[in-house]
Write a protein of this length. Structure first.
Length: 100
């Protein structure tokens, strides 16, 4: 099973870019489709990428602009491959008011 290993937050207003990595037990490298959704009131956004072996599980997706500070659910769905089961992770992205 692969799992989400890292993610980060953002300041408002800004484009949300998720930098993350899928890791698997035993050091094997996950490949295949990844779908990422940012849940927002009225208008959610989604992005997809396809992991290649050379990516070593790392991916970057841009999820659009967040204008309002708050907490947003981000869902990462990994479709799996021949060696790894499909999995899903949900985490909360905290967007803070931009200073200055």
């Amino acid at each position: 099973m692969a799992r989400l290993a890292q993610a980060t937050g953002a300041e408002q207003p800004s484009r949300v870019e998720l930098v993350a990595q899928l890791r698997a037990k035993g050091g094997s490298i996950p490949t295949g489709p990844v779908q990422v959704s940012l849940e927002q009131p009225k208008k959610g956004t989604a992005a997809a990428t396809d992991l290649r072996r050379s990516d070593r599980g790392r991916f970057v997706v841009e999820l659009g602009r967040v204008r309002t500070p708050g907490r947003y659910d981000v869902v990462v769905d990994y479709a799996g491959d021949d060696a790894h089961r499909a999995t899903s992770s949900t985490f909360t992205l905290r967007v803070v008011k931009k200073k200055g």
